[in-house]
Design a protein around this ligand. Structure first.
Ligand code: NDP
Ligand code: 8X3
Length: 257
């Protein structure tokens, strides 16, 4: 078991869902946290919640849009000293916009998905990994998706973006094999978060219906696996995890009661 006590974990998209759960689970390991997302007031609330439950854990909150490359590099350069040595990066920020045929997908939605899911991971990884290599310690954990393995109708650009994320993570594994830095890809199936609310542009009813008749994964289920990967002994690289709810067998096969 590798202890994260006092180590720094940097999470993108920590204002909701899987990212927020990761913050809670890493705090439970005694790690110090850099929590980033665009909605900084949510991060402040999470910081307050964590301060009550884990008074010994240090939390730094930063408003960050992962698409803004200059802001990514500035935020990382300006981390307070006690948060500078990032040990674990959780590339979690991401989104899907719309569920319609590719020929009906707006270029705006397509660009936002590609910018956030692909360029965001690229930017943050480039800004943080060189320091990990220099320090001789680090772990890059990226949240992909089953959509990065099985393209489905009406999700062309989201699936495309997650295929790229998958490719980047596996290429990074090859590139870092000569270093002590570990790389993990976590590819979940259906997790009930705000993901579907965002996908359906705020339509809560449509979002809820996605999970009708089955027990979806919770964001805590994913955070538990992320922390599991990060706390394995240093010579163990849990490189790839495909995670479904028990009622899901693939993108195309979901059992509903
Ligand atoms: P949520 O919508 O609950 O959370 C998404 C997070 O991403 C939010 O914290 C949001 O923060 C952040 N985010 C979005 N755009 C940006 C941006 N430009 N810059 C920084 N942060 C951003 O969804 P999930 O927790 O489900 O999503 C987390 C990851 O999990 C995503 O990569 C998603 O693709 C992936 N995933 C989700 C699955 C699911 O079924 N839910 C299944 C497989 C993968 P803010 O808006 O404050 O910036
Ligand atoms: C989110 C899961 O199946 O909606 O990545 O693409 S799915």
């Amino acid at each position: 078991h590798y202890s994260l006590h006092g180590k720094t974990v940097f999470i993108t998209g920590a204002s909701s869902g899987i990212g927020a759960s990761c913050a809670r689970f890493f705090a439970d390991e005694g790690a110090n946290l850099v929590l980033t997302a665009r909605r900084v007031e949510r991060l402040a609330n999470l910081k307050n919640e964590l301060a009550t439950e884990y008074p010994e854990v240090k939390v730094h909150v930063a408003a960050l849009d992962v698409v803004d490359r200059d802001a990514v590099f500035r935020t990382i350069a300006e981390l307070p000293d006690q948060f500078k040595n990032v040990e674990v990066l959780v590339n979690n920020a991401g989104l899907s916009l719309g569920l319609e045929p590719m020929i009906e997908t707006t270029p705006e939605d397509a660009n936002t998905m590609l910018d956030t899911n692909v360029r965001g991971v690229f930017n943050v990884t480039q800004a943080i990994v060189p320091g990990m290599i220099t320090r001789g310690a680090g772990h890059v954990i990226t949240i992909g998706s089953v959509a990065g393995r099985q393209p489905y109708a009406n999700g062309a650009m989201y699936c495309a973006s997650k295929h790229v994320v998958e490719a980047m993570s596996h290429a990074l594994t090859q590139e870092l094999v000569k270093t002590p830095v570990r790389v993990t890809m976590v590819a979940p199936g259906m997790v009930e978060t705000e993901f579907s609310v965002v996908r359906f542009h705020g339509d809560e009813g449509k979002a809820k219906a996605v999970y009708d008749g089955l027990d979806p994964l919770t964001p805590d289920d994913i955070a538990d696996l992320v922390v599991f990967a990060a706390t394995r002994p240093k010579h163990v690289q849990l490189n790839d995890m495909l995670v479904f709810p028990t009622a899901q067998a693939s993108v195309f096969h979901v059992h509903r009661d």
